[in-house]
Structures are given as C-alpha cells and as structure tokens.
Write a protein that binds this ligand. Structure first.
Ligand code: MRU
Length: 349
C-alpha cells in the first residue's frame, strides 16, 4: 500500500500505530497524530478526530490490528481480540462501516488457518490494508458514476463532508466534483455549513478550495432559498448506513435537504459504497441514530456559551432520508434509481 500525504488514515511505518489527520483542527491546522492505545483510539472516533463512515472503517481495521499486536497473553488471545473489537465498536453507533471493518479484520484472524500469532497478525494486517485499498478504488468508481449524472457548469449542493478526509482520495459525494475538475469540468458547489459540528464549513470548504473548485458556503437554513433561485441542479450527500429498502442515514440535516430538493424538483443523490449497506436493517427505522452532547449545540464553535445556561438540547447526529426522496443511490457497482432494489447490488460483481 503506497500512502500519499493527503491520506487521512494510514498505518505507521513501524506498524505500531495508526496515523490520522486530526479533523477537529481543520482547516486551521493540518496535524497528523499517531495513536496506539485503545482509549485514545476510541476517543479519536468518538470526538470525530477521524470521521466519515468509510474513514472510520479503515481506521478501525488498522486499529484492531495495532491493538492485537499488543496482546501479551497467548491463552486469552482471541478473547482479548474480541473484547477490543467490541470496545472500538461501541465508540459510535450509526456508521455501519465501523462494525463491518472490525468484523472483516476479526474474521481474518479467526479464519487464517493457523494458530501461530505471526500468521494471525499477518492475516489481520493484510485484511486492514485490503479494506483501505478497496476504498480507494470504490471512491474512484463512484466519482465516475456521479460525474455521469451532472453537467458542466452545474451548481451542486453538498451536505456534511464526503470527501477524501471522510474516505479515501477522491471521496464519495465530493468525488464527482474533484474528478470532474481534474477533467476540465467547472462546477459551483454550494456547501451547507452543517450544524452543529460544521463539517461543511470546515472540511468540505477546505477540500473543495484546495481542489480549485468554485464554492460558496451557506448556512443550512439557506438551502431552500438557493434552490428557489435556480442555483442548484443536484444535491450530493454521503451515507452512514443504508437500509435494504433504500432509506439512508446520513448527517443530521440531510433529510431536510432531500425534502427541499423534492419540492423544487432537483435531483437528490446519495453516495453509498456497498460497505455502507446494512443487510440487517430492513428500513431506516432499524438504524440507531447517535445522540451527542448538548455542548456541541450551545458552546463548541462559539467564543463562549450562546444559549442560556441549562437549556435542554436535542442533538441527534444523523437522520434518515426516506427512499422515496432519493433520486438515485450511487454505489461503486452502479447507480440504483428510485424504485430499484438495493439488495441485488450487494452481490453483483
Ligand atoms: O458525524 P460524521 O462527521 O462522522 O458524519 C459523517 C457523514 O454523515 C458523512 O456524510 C458520511 O459518513 C459519509 S462520508 C463519505
């Protein structure tokens, strides 16, 4: 695996830690941090130092390998591995890539066909690297599919951040814009700031500006006006967990964009690698929505607290967009239009 300097997640050269770009410091500072203990790794996911469903999965895969290398006791090896995987899996509930990647790396250990520690670790490392390599290819394919849905000069509304920071290289929801720009297309991105954690204002704006794409930052409550002014030809969002009926959980506010897009007859697209489809969820009602601390609403990105002391807050981190509002779901295996079944794509080559 050959990393590049913009990869948001990587295994360290000595393979003893996982290195990430601390996304909470962006855009002010691009700092790489190296993590090698379970508590730090858990916190990095919980605090969104590493975030975005695919990036969380890649990170968790490497992290499980790194932490398994530290297990001292041969007798309890598999029990400890299991406990570590469960602990990491409890850091955030909505993005299915977390459990998906942990299971892949854990299963690589269980089915490696040898009881020798070095063989087991080799199998785990190889699976973690494979998850990362696959994601790079998945993002490239999704970017090309996404580009086929839009026209040169289009205005594209984005919500949250589905770029390289959240995935690998091109990203998913931002991929068509970045890949398109490399191929001579000009788009204008309207970036929802994405309250309360500002992934749009901080991360999408940073990535699109670095890619030389024309963009305008708007507050989340401006999307309707911008749509009514004819500035938006398509909306692009990522996905944290898709149910089999096509309902998609993504960053809080995504479903509001979808409702507005429906009203203004603007196509609304969800970018969802097949790793993000959860076959155990029949509909969006089966998806657990993470609820986060009130301080993210009242204090976090302000100089001081702006809301009255003690105000009750509700801070769900995700919402579910009903499948009826999604024009198409873009996967690495193809585009699934409204009304088409998602299930078949999972087993497709
Ligand atoms: O809370 P976050 O920042 O991890 O939420 C991320 C999103 O909702 C992304 O849109 C999603 O993970 C897709 S990333 C390709």
């Amino acid at each position: 695996m050959i990393y590049n300097e913009n990869d948001s997640v990587r295994l360290s050269a000595d393979e003893k830690s996982v290195v990430i770009i601390d996304q909470t410091l962006l855009p002010g500072e691009k700092r790489f941090i190296s993590l090698n203990n379970a508590q730090e790794i858990f916190e990095a996911i919980y605090r969104l130092k590493v975030r975005g469903a695919p990036a969380i999965g890649i990170f968790a895969g490497y992290a499980l390998f790194v932490l398994t290398c530290q297990i001292k006791d041969d007798e309890d090896f598999f029990a400890e591995l299991d406990q570590t995987a469960d602990f990491l899996n409890s850091s955030r509930p909505t993005a299915v890539n977390l459990s998906w990647a942990l299971n892949r790396v854990k299963n690589a250990a269980l089915s490696c066909g040898s009881r020798r520690r070095e063989d087991i670790l080799k199998a785990m490392k190889s699976e973690a690297l494979k998850i990362h390599q696959e994601d790079i290819e998945v993002c490239q394919r999704m970017s090309r599919y996404g580009l086929s849905l839009i026209n040169d000069g289009d205005g594209i509304l984005t919500h949250c951040n589905a770029g390289a920071l959240a995935t690998s290289r091109y990203g998913t929801g931002l991929g068509p814009l970045i890949y398109g720009a490399e191929n001579g297309y000009n788009f204008h991105a309207y970036i929802d700031e994405t309250r309360p954690l500002m992934q749009g204002a901080r991360l999408t704006a940073y990535e699109l500006m670095n890619a030389g794409i024309e963009c305008t930052l708007i507050c989340d409550n401006m999307a309707g006006l911008v749509m009514s002014q004819g500035k938006i030809q398509a909306c692009f969002a990522g996905c944290d967990r898709a149910a089999l009926n096509g309902d998609c959980a993504n960053k809080i506010g995504t479903s509001s964009v979808a409702v507005l897009a429906d009203y203004y007859k603007i196509p609304f697209y969800i970018f969802c690698p097949t790793s993000t489809i959860d076959i155990d969820c029949k509909t969006g009602k089966d998806i657990i929505i993470e609820e986060r601390k009130p301080e993210e609403i009242t204090d976090l990105y302000f100089d001081g607290q702006i809301a009255p002391q003690g105000i009750e807050c509700y801070n769900p981190a995700f919402d579910v967009t009903d499948h009826s509002l999604i024009t198409a779901i873009i996967t690495e295996k193809g585009i699934i239009r409204r009304g088409e079944a998602l299930e078949q794509i999972i087993s497709a080559e």
